[in-house]
Write a protein that binds this ligand. Structure first.
Ligand code: PMP
Length: 407
């Protein structure tokens, strides 16, 4: 694939040209949320200017246009992740709503006292806490598979933990803290052998790599739109049709019913059965535009550029004395967590902000992972395809400078 024309791409992102504290912005908080290209912003704007109406309710033209645009986003997303059918995609407000839907609608009815849900030490709280909430109700437990010092899942240990009382396994595709890419196909194969359904948290995978849910072989794939160029409050749960058919609805209300009677309500077919109430229509119109944008660049070129940035930034950071990187998996996406000996993560991030550099400091909604490494927080620089080597240089220079201030 031809290399990306980064300067042209950057011109598509209005926010990237602003300054902060009088310095040109270096935005390295992409794992938290991505910036949005003009085509996404304009799609949302055009929706409200020209097509705004509620979905699936009106016969008037605007209602049809809004419904077509909203359902069109479902089609695009289905193709984007290679779902066998658009009806396997429940549109949600993000990954968190998707994992909670599976927790209450799939896991809870299946859990008996003594059962377990298996997850891993590297998960985001959105892939831990919902399982704890339903396990507690059912008298079940949540187990966590360990990782090694390099931040890789110990797959043999994960497989050993797939015992008969495990009713669901939940693993992230890519770690939001370490960048680790987990071997989902292998994990899915082991789960299938034992008849254990597998949920994959795809939040940090989709912004960086092509995802094919059929090839992965999982049962559920949760995703969030705002980390992949789309508006906040958009996301989805992909699930195998057999699971969606078997799951009772979680939210009740309009748009999810066939007929409501006080002597018994019947529900719409999936995915609408799980989509009560008026959705984030404009947001999904934006998600559709975001997917078109990804397709126009292609993941081959995106991945090549991001991996270059990752290698370069890793090398440059290693020049800094006392800097420790967390996460050295053989396969990782462009995320670098680190600490500098003798300096607090939050102090460094605050001073970096004054230099125009936006990175995240904190626990990254991954307390168990911080406990594993025995640190309260890390700094995290996370890259997108619109970032450049020059920005990495500016970041490293700023870091060297603020480190001196704190020493
Ligand atoms: N899982 C992972 C791995 C994440 O990085 C995030 C977002 N930080 C989430 C889940 C939650 O996504 P959302 O807040 O959009 O629901």
């Amino acid at each position: 694939a031809p290399a990306l024309d980064i300067q042209r791409i950057r011109a598509d992102f209005p926010l990237l040209s602003r300054s902060v504290h009088g310095k040109p912005l270096v935005y390295f908080d992409n794992a938290n949320t991505s910036q949005k290209p003009a085509c996404v912003i304009e799609a949302v704007d055009q929706h409200y200017r020209l097509h705004n109406a509620n979905v699936s309710r009106a016969v008037h033209l605007l209602g049809e246009e809004a419904t077509t645009a909203y359902e069109g986003a479902r089609d695009k997303l289905a193709k984007f992740i290679n779902a066998t059918s658009r009806n396997e995609l429940v549109l949600t407000s993000g990954t968190t709503q998707a994992t909670n839907l599976v927790a209450y609608s799939f896991a809870l009815p299946r859990l008996q006292p003594g059962d377990a849900i298996l997850t891993t030490v590297m998960e985001h709280h959105a892939n831990i806490v919902p399982w704890q909430l339903v396990a507690q109700r059912a008298g079940a437990t949540v187990k966590a598979a360990p990782i090694n010092e390099r931040g890789e899942l110990i797959v043999e240990r994960f497989v050993e933990l797939l015992t008969p009382e495990v009713k669901l396994a939940c693993v992230t595709h890519v770690s939001n803290v370490l960048g680790t890419v987990n071997p989902i196909r292998e994990i899915a194969r082991e789960c299938r052998k034992r008849g254990i359904p597998l949920l994959v948290d795809g939040s940090q995978a989709l912004p960086h790599r092509p995802v094919d849910v059929q090839a992965l072989g999982c049962d559920f794939y949760a995703l969030t739109g705002h980390k992949m160029l789309a508006p906040t409050g958009t996301g989805a749960l992909w699930a195998k049709k057999e699971h969606l058919d078997a799951m009772p609805p979680f939210f009740g209300g309009g748009e999810m019913i066939r007929e409501v009677r006080f002597d018994g309500t019947t529900f719409a077919e999936p995915p609408h059965k799980f989509e009560a109430g008026t959705p984030n229509i404009a947001g999904f119109v934006g998600l559709g535009a975001a997917i078109d944008y990804y397709r126009s660049l292609g993941f081959e070129a995106i991945h090549a550029h991001e991996q270059n940035l990752l290698t370069y930034a890793t090398e440059r950071l290693r020049e800094i004395p006392g800097l420790r990187i967390f996460g050295e998996a053989a396969e990782k996406e462009a995320v670098i967590s680190f600490l500098i000996e003798g300096a607090q993560a939050t102090d460094l991030a605050t001073l970096l902000d004054l230099q125009g550099v936006a990175v995240r400091s904190g626990h990254h909604c991954a307390h168990p992972l911080m406990q594993f490494y025995g640190v309260p927080a890390t700094l995290r620089a996370s890259f997108a395809f619109y970032n450049t080597r020059e920005e990495v240089d500016a970041f490293v220079e700023a870091l060297v400078k603020v480190r001196k201030l704190l020493m």
